[in-house]
Design a protein around this ligand. Structure first.
Ligand code: G3P
Length: 224
């Protein structure tokens, strides 16, 4: 299994289907994020829109992820996104079960097993501590706790629900926990790390920021 996980905190920037980072704009954002990684040593992954994933792998040294995978087999499965094809184009890993793209937990388990065999990095999103306990048994690389009601808002999970982070870290056992929803700045990251998380998922706070590079610098200051 490829062990591409670096022990420094992971910042995953999810491009979603934001038009602010689709097409040519997605490469512009990736370039700014790459510069921030080069200047600060931040460990940055980006979950890009599927249409651009194979191009993005060639364009940047950032870790490239898909936003979703299906529990479908290779072959006659038109339109599905599958781990084997992600691996064949050089993807680093994938988000699974994002609250905007939920899948049955039995599918999550099947996909994580295939990703583990391929050496792909899995980040399984969950919405509560009970799901953390269930998913940790599948042995993904990361579990990302994201309260859906805080996604896209101005109040971060770190300030609104610090206890959720602590409880998730406990419930995840040996599986590393990331946190997301409303993350905007270094203070949000600092709290998450202090409570035992290994990094954050952030979308609007970077993709829609006036200056994404500055946001990343603020994250870097919180770590150093
Ligand atoms: O995947 C991360 C995402 O759901 C969080 O979104 O906009 O609250 O950072 P946002």
């Amino acid at each position: 299994m490829k062990n591409l996980i670096n022990p420094t905190p992971l910042i995953l920037v999810n491009f979603k289907n934001f038009l602010e980072c689709s097409g040519a704009l997605s490469f512009q954002l990736a370039k700014k994020l790459q510069k921030s990684a080069d200047d600060t040593g931040l460990q940055i992954a980006i979950s890009v829109q599927s249409f651009l994933l194979s191009e993005m792998v060639k364009y940047t040294d950032l870790k490239i992820m898909s936003q979703h995978l299906d529990a479908k087999s290779e072959g006659s499965t038109t339109g599905s996104l599958i781990p084997e094809v992600l691996n064949s184009v050089g993807g680093w890993g994938s988000l699974l079960n994002h609250s905007e793209k939920r899948i049955p937990l039995e599918d999550v388990e099947k996909i994580v097993n295939r990703m583990n065999e391929l050496g792909l990095v899995s980040i399984v999103c969950v919405e509560n501590v009970e799901e953390v306990g269930i998913v940790s048994k599948f042995k993904p690389n990361f579990i990302a706790i994201e309260p859906p009601e805080l996604i896209g808002g101005d109040i971060s999970v770190s300030t609104a629900k610090p206890e959720l982070i602590t409880e998730s870290v406990l419930a995840a056992g040996e599986v590393s926990v990331l946190v997301g929803a409303g993350i905007k700045n270094g203070d949000d990251l600092k709290i998450a790390l202090a409570l035992g998380a290994k990094g954050v998922l952030v979308a609007s706070g970077v993709c829609k920021a006036k200056d994404p590079y500055e946001v990343m610098l603020d994250f870097a200051k919180a770590i150093n």
